[in-house]
Ligand binder design. Sequence first.
Ligand SMILES: *[C@@H]1O[C@H](CO)[C@@H](O)[C@H](O)[C@H]1NC(C)=O
Ligand SMILES: *[C@@H]1O[C@H](CO)[C@@H](O)[C@H](O)[C@H]1NC(C)=O
Length: 326
Amino acid sequence: MIKLLVVMLSILCIFSLAYSCPPSDRAALLAIKAALNEPYLGIFKSWTGTDCCMNWYGVSCDPEVHRVTEINLRGVSEDSIFKMAHRTGYMSGTISRAICRLNRLSSLAIADWKGISGTIPSCITSLPCLSILDLVGNKLTGGLPTDIGQLSGLTMLIVADNQLTGRLPRSLTNLSSLTHLDLRNNFIRGTIPRHFGKLRMLSRALLSRNRLHGKIPKSISHIHRLSDLDLSLNRLSGRIPPSLGKMAVLATLNLGGNNISVLDLSYNQLKGTIPKSLVSASFIGYLDLSHNHLCGLIPEGSPFDHLEASSFVYNDCLCGKPLRDC
Ligand SMILES: *[C@@H]1O[C@H](CO)[C@@H](O)[C@H](O)[C@H]1NC(C)=O
Ligand SMILES: *[C@@H]1O[C@H](CO)[C@@H](O)[C@H](O)[C@H]1NC(C)=O
């Protein structure tokens, strides 16, 4: 009888071991917790006990192998703890390199905490399953990891509203699964890689409010799924590639606040210096060319005839509807 009990107990132990998170994942999460300070909501109070797959706030595990697959910590949320606290979240501290030990992680969101500083741990490029990286709305500094292109399954790279510096890594264009790229509102400098068009799965490319200079790569027009392209408020110069006008699903094109000039006037005699081919971009719903150095007649036809003056203001000498007559 006692023997049977021992056998049953040990089976129970093996079972509960198999069904709780491995100690290494738990230790990594506790190291992540130790590097962060969340003073108002107490979300890390739930990060206690042996089973990190059981009710740890924002942590999800694979139901079969019980490895941590998701960390989803958002400072702006409909979650009841935010309603009860009557406030949005705030966290300080840094993102620990311990995150790289969670090697089954597919989604990492530590977003909108306003005060998290330090760099994006470069070791995250060794996480083989990472599909979503969302670190928007913190105070992160430093650059994107240079070998970010290793993350072949990455679909979303969302690091807007931080203080990131450095250049766009050359390996970026190797992210062949990327659908959403949002780098808005950082201090990223350098040029947009010439082969940016290799990102064939991209549907949103939001790069506004950075310090990018150089030309808009022609290859962007090879991204057939691209629906939103926002390059506004950078230091881009040169011509608008006419091929942008042939992009079938492009719904929003924002090039405002750059130093774009259409200097090749030879065929246009100061007229139509906004590429006429943009007229064929009948799917463009929103176009902003303000604050550039464009000159000449605003072409007639879609998309131009349903745009407001604000899309064209602060250029050198644009004229025609919706601005003054030429
Ligand atoms: C991009 O990927 C290819 C193929 O895996 C590799 O040979 C190349 O070095 C990578 N480029 C960069 C800049 O990492
Ligand atoms: C804007 O472009 C013009 C012509 O290429 C150049 O002369 C000027 O220095 C640029 N301005 C800025 C602020 O980059």
